[in-house]
Write a protein that binds this ligand. Structure first.
Ligand SMILES: Cc1ncc(COP(=O)(O)O)c(C=O)c1O
Length: 392
């Protein structure tokens, strides 16, 4: 509860709140009772099956996080110290760290203001013989300029495209599912995402050539999977790797969530549209911007963000709403100018759009069961904050 100036008690509205949507408790219980709780069990097969069916991936490996899926993708590239990987500056640290950790140098690319995804023009100027991969992020669940990226890469056919699809599951670009557009895609099932299991992720392999080796790296460098499939009569150490597998008990939690995908996405879409309907008509007058969904994209409805006119107004709105028991939040701090980003970079690059957006962006509370009444309270508080800020 939050006490406001007139003494009334108001329920807090958090930024995020994960929810039980279906048979999570039943499946988790059944997983534990079965005694089959390590990775690669029956719930992993069912959860992975949903992802494979939706995206058409050749193989889905459930991992302990999106970060570990990115690390596995980096291992599969066999990066050398002379190699570079292009990543957006405006993203989560591990979109970049996963590749630096495997020994590559990073090149930070700016974003374009329409989708906050990689800027193809900047990308085109960064490509050279050292580049082994480009990582795309579909910010907020809206596809980046995939066509622009593909054009920029036309003369660089050996550069791998990796989708960090942490926000984008069930979003689409020109009818194609996000997660199916590159050689690898990674998913997150962290408690802040649309589909959750506490901590979890997945690596989607979209090319058959990667499947056998990925299974080995995924399973502690062994060919245990081939053994389980009856392809070899014993298993042994074959390659590099690590222990990437998600426990089947967490896969049980995840599968219950994925079973409810239409319900979950429907709730998030309704909330998104409610915010948009209430705020978009006032944006010009009050000096803020609402993202505009390009007509050839289907949103995954991961978040709802607004851009304020400048850093000071954004922070004033955060403070004002916070004082009224509502928890909006900012997002990524650009990586190209961070301490680690600078030390892992092959060379320094300018990313002015990332800097500008990072200072002005504000995310409203956004979760499956945020009620219409609470959403209206969020809107009213935001409008109140912006109007206060607009007063001379
Ligand atoms: C774009 C992006 N990639 C990767 C991650 C990391 O996900 P995880 O916590 O599952 O490792 C996040 C986390 O929020 C993210 O926003």
């Amino acid at each position: 509860m939050n006490e406001v100036a007139d003494g009334t008690e108001l329920q807090q509205i958090p930024f995020n709140q994960a929810a039980i949507e279906g048979r999570e408790l039943e499946y988790v219980r059944s997983s534990i009772e079965s005694g089959r709780t390590s990775s690669g069990g029956p719930f992993s097969a069912r959860a992975g099956g949903v992802l494979a069916e939706h995206t058409g991936a050749k193989e889905v490996l459930l991992t302990t996080s999106c970060t570990s899926a990115l690390e596995l993708s980096a291992m599969l590239l066999d990066l050398k110290p002379s190699d570079t990987v292009i990543v957006p500056s405006f993203t989560f640290t591990t979109t970049a760290l996963a590749f630096a950790r495997q020994g590559a140098r990073l090149i930070f690319c700016d974003i374009e203001p329409r989708t906050l995804g990689l800027d193809p023009q900047h990308l085109a100027g960064l490509l050279d013989e050292t580049v082994r991969a480009v990582v795309l992020v579909h910010y907020a669940g809206v596809a980046c300029d995939v066509e622009g990226v593909r054009k920029a890469l036309m003369d660089w056919p050996d550069v791998a495209v990796i989708e960090d699809n942490a926000h984008g599951l069930f979003g689409s670009w020109r009818g194609e599912p996000l997660g199916s557009l590159g050689r690898f895609a990674t998913q997150s099932f962290h408690e802040t995402k649309n589909f959750v299991c506490g901590e979890g992720g997945a690596l989607l392999l979209n090319e058959s050539r990667d499947v056998d080796r990925a299974r080995v790296l995924y399973d502690k460098g062994t060919n245990r999977r081939a053994f389980m499939l009856g392809q070899v009569d014993k298993y042994s150490w074959k390659d590099t790797g690590s222990s990437f597998g998600l426990s089947d008990t967490l896969a049980a939690y995840l599968f219950a969530q994925l079973e409810q995908r239409d319900v979950i996405q429907g709730k998030r879409r309704a909330l998104y549209e409610r915010y948009e309907r209430s705020l978009a008509p006032l944006a010009g007058e009050l000096g803020f911007e609402v993202a505009d969904l390009p007509s050839d994209r289907g949103s995954a409805y991961h978040m709802f963000y607004l851009l304020l006119s400048d850093h000071r107004s954004r922070n004033a709105v955060l403070d004002h709403m916070g004082a009224h028991g509502i928890q909006p939040t900012f997002h990524y701090v650009p990586l190209h100018s961070s301490d680690a980003g600078r030390s892992f970079a092959a060379r320094s690059t300018d990313c002015p759009v990332s800097e500008d957006i990072s200072g002005r962006l504000l995310r409203l509370p956004f979760y499956n069961n945020l009620s219409p009444t609470d959403a209206d309270r969020v809107v009213a508080s935001f409008l109140d904050a912006v109007s206060v800020g607009a007063r001379p």
